[in-house]
Write a protein that binds this ligand. Structure first.
Ligand SMILES: [Zn+2]
Ligand SMILES: [Zn+2]
Length: 196
């Protein structure tokens, strides 16, 4: 069980990786301690490391804290990034299937002021308040089911096929079929880049 007493240590570690201390680090560490406890993961970076996956819904400061506390990363395929723009993350226990989505409450941003009315700077006020506010004030919890496809799991790629248009290889079954032709996503539906 990750204890609240581990908080300072986990925050220090996260700040080292992220590069600065910010409200997002505090939130990310707090939400990860809560999420991991809810899915009964005691030792995320040790004994339980093969049993977790986390889905993050934001590419913000807190995401680095989630990575730091859980040990999950994009490169290990244990962290999935969904570009929802929401301050939320889902923690999945791959062994039991138990999953919980932790959502940061919007109200906590204002609520922080009640805890440290003397701190003028909003950022700094949130930073200090998020350290001590109870979980219930900071987060909503949602028990969820998460569909895990074999092609999303860690391990060797299940398939590698060349795109019929650009010739680049696509792995992990991310190719799309158009008129029976295998295409990469950018060729099938447009990508973030175009040739300069
Ligand atoms: Zn930050
Ligand atoms: Zn292509």
């Amino acid at each position: 069980m990750l204890k609240t007493s581990d908080f300072e240590e986990l925050l220090d570690e996260s700040v080292k990786i992220h590069g600065h201390l910010c409200p997002g680090q505090v939130l990310g560490v707090r939400m990860s301690i809560l999420g991991l406890n809810k899915i009964i993961i005691h030792d995320p970076k040790g004994a339980d490391r093969k049993s977790i996956m986390v889905f993050v819904e934001m590419d913000r400061c807190a995401t680095d804290a989630v990575q730091s506390v859980t040990g999950c990363s994009l490169g290990h395929r244990t962290m999935k990034f969904l570009d929802y723009g929401k301050m939320a993350a889902t923690y999945v226990n791959l062994t039991t299937g138990r999953a919980v989505r932790v959502i940061a409450k919007e109200e906590s941003r204002e609520r922080a002021r009640d805890y440290f009315p003397g701190i003028e700077d909003k950022h700094r006020c949130q930073l200090e308040a998020y350290k001590i506010m109870p979980d219930e004030e900071l987060f909503d919890l949602m028990a969820v089911n998460v569909l895990l496809r074999p092609e999303d799991m860690p391990g060797r790629p299940l398939r590698r096929v060349p795109c019929n248009r650009c010739g680049e290889y696509v792995q992990d079954m991310r190719e799309m079929y158009r008129n029976d032709m295998a295409l990469c996503k950018p060729c099938a539906e447009g990508g973030y880049y175009s040739a300069a």
